[in-house]
Design a protein around this ligand. Structure first.
Ligand code: PHE
Length: 346
C-alpha cells in the first residue's frame, strides 16, 4: 500500500459516491448511500484503514485528501436531500388532497340552564327599575332564616318551610331567599332596591311542582313613603315585560309572617286568557309570586325605623315563571339534565 494507491482509491470512492448520490431515487435510498459510504463501517473508513501502512510523512497528505472527499460527499448528499425532500413533499401534497366540500360536522355548543336563563331575564327587567342584583349565603342560622323574619321558634308558620339542617351547630340550608332581606337592610342605608336570586332547599317530596332544591328570586325595596301601590305598579310592569303587554293582573290576600299585608300576585291564565282551563284549575288566574309590605317588626329588628321607612318585598320561583312562560308542565325537567330540554332556551 502506498500513497499513490490510496489516493486513487479515494478518488474512485469519490466518483462512485457522486454517482450513487445523484442516482438515489428517494430520501431513504440516499440515507442508505450515506451509511454505506460515510458510516462507521463504511467505505471511507475502510480505505483509511490503509493509512497505518504508509510512512509517517505521507499520512497527513492522505488525511487531507480524505477530508476533501468527505466534505464533498456530505455536500452532495445535503443538496440531493433537499431536492428529494421537496419532490416528496410535492408528491404528498398532490396525493393527499383535502376535500373542502365535505360538509362540516355540527359543533355542539352549550347553553345556559333554563333556571339561569329565567333569573337573567328577571334580573334584566327589575334592573330597568333600579334593582341591583346581590347574592346572600345559602347556609344560614335559624335567626336570619326565621326569627328576624318574624317567625319565632315553634311558630306554626314554620310548617310552610320544611327545613334541611346542616351538621353544624345552629346552621341550616336557607328555605327561601328572604334572609337576604335581613342582610341587605343591615348592610345598606335606604333607599334600598335589591334583587336576591339564589338556591333554596326544603325537605320536600319531589313531584311535578315541588323540588327539594330550587331557585328563588327575592326583591326588596325600602324607602320613605313606599306603598302597596308602588309594589303593584312594579309587579304589573314585571308581568307585562315577562308575559306580554296588557296581561291582566290581580292581588289576592296572602299570608307571610314577615310582610303585612301579604299578597299573592296573579296574572291572567296564559293558556286560556282567563276563561278557565286545566292549567289554571278553571280559575282563569295563575299565581306567580308572593309579596307584601315589609313587617314593621322586621324593619325594626334590622335596625331601621318603621316610623320613617316602609318597604315591600316579593319572592318568586324562576322555574315556575319559566314553566308558565314556556308551557313546561313538569318542574322535574329542570333537574334531569336532559339536553333536549336544556338546549331549548337561550
Ligand atoms: N319567602 C317567601 C316564600 O318562600 C316568599 C316571599 C318573599 C313572600 C318576600 C313575601 C315576600 O314563600
Amino acid at each position: 500500500m502506498d500513497l499513490a494507491q490510496l489516493t486513487r482509491d479515494l478518488e474512485a470512492l469519490a466518483a462512485d459516491a457522486a454517482g450513487a448520490v445523484a442516482g438515489a431515487p428517494d430520501v431513504a435510498a440516499l440515507e442508505a448511500v450515506e451509511v454505506e459510504v460515510l458510516g462507521k463501517k463504511g467505505r471511507l473508513t475502510g480505505v483509511l484503514r490503509g493509512i497505518g501502512a504508509l510512512p509517517p510523512e505521507d499520512r497527513p497528505k492522505v488525511g487531507a485528501i480524505a477530508n476533501t472527499v468527505r466534505t464533498g460527499i456530505e455536500a452532495a448528499i445535503a443538496a440531493r436531500r433537499l431536492v428529494l425532500g421537496e419532490s416528496e413533499l410535492e408528491a404528498r401534497l398532490a396525493a393527499e388532497r383535502i376535500d373542502v366540500t365535505t360538509p362540516a360536522r355540527p359543533i355542539r355548543r352549550g347553553s345556559h340552564h333554563p333556571s339561569i336563563e329565567a333569573m337573567g331575564e328577571i334580573a334584566e327587567i327589575f334592573g330597568q327599575f333600579g334593582f341591583v342584583t346581590l347574592e346572600s349565603p345559602e347556609i344560614e342560622d335559624d335567626r336570619t332564616n326565621f326569627q328576624l323574619l318574624n317567625i319565632p321558634q315553634d311558630h306554626p308558620a314554620r310548617d310552610l318551610w320544611d327545613t334541611l339542617y346542616v351538621d353544624l351547630p345552629n346552621r341550616l340550608l336557607r328555605t327561601h331567599t328572604s334572609p337576604g332581606q335581613i342582610h341587605a337592610m343591615r348592610t345598606f342605608e335606604p333607599p334600598i332596591r335589591v334583587l336576591l336570586p339564589g338556591r333554596c332547599y326544603r325537605y320536600e317530596a319531589i313531584d311535578a311542582s315541588h323540588a327539594s332544591e330550587f331557585f328563588q328570586v327575592e326583591g326588596l325595596m325600602v324607602d320613605e313613603g313606599t306603598t302597596l301601590g308602588d309594589l303593584r305598579g312594579l309587579l304589573d310592569s314585571f308581568a307585562h315585560a315577562m308575559f306580554g303587554a296588557g296581561k291582566r293582573t290581580r292581588f289576592r290576600p296572602g299570608y307571610y309572617p314577615f310582610t303585612e299585608p301579604s299578597v299573592a300576585f296573579d296574572v291572567e291564565c296564559l293558556v286560556c286568557g282567563g276563561s278557565g282551563c286545566a292549567v289554571c284549575g278553571r280559575s282563569g288566574w295563575l299565581t306567580i309570586l308572593g309579596a307584601g309590605m315589609v313587617h314593621p317588626v322586621v324593619l325594626r329588628d334590622s335596625g331601621l325605623d318603621p316610623e320613617r321607612y316602609q318597604g315591600f318585598a316579593f319572592g318568586m320561583g324562576p322555574e315556575r315563571i319559566w314553566m308558565l312562560k314556556h308551557r313546561i308542565n313538569d318542574l322535574r325537567l329542570f333537574l334531569e339534565n336532559d339536553l333536549r330540554f336544556l338546549g331549548q332556551f337561550r
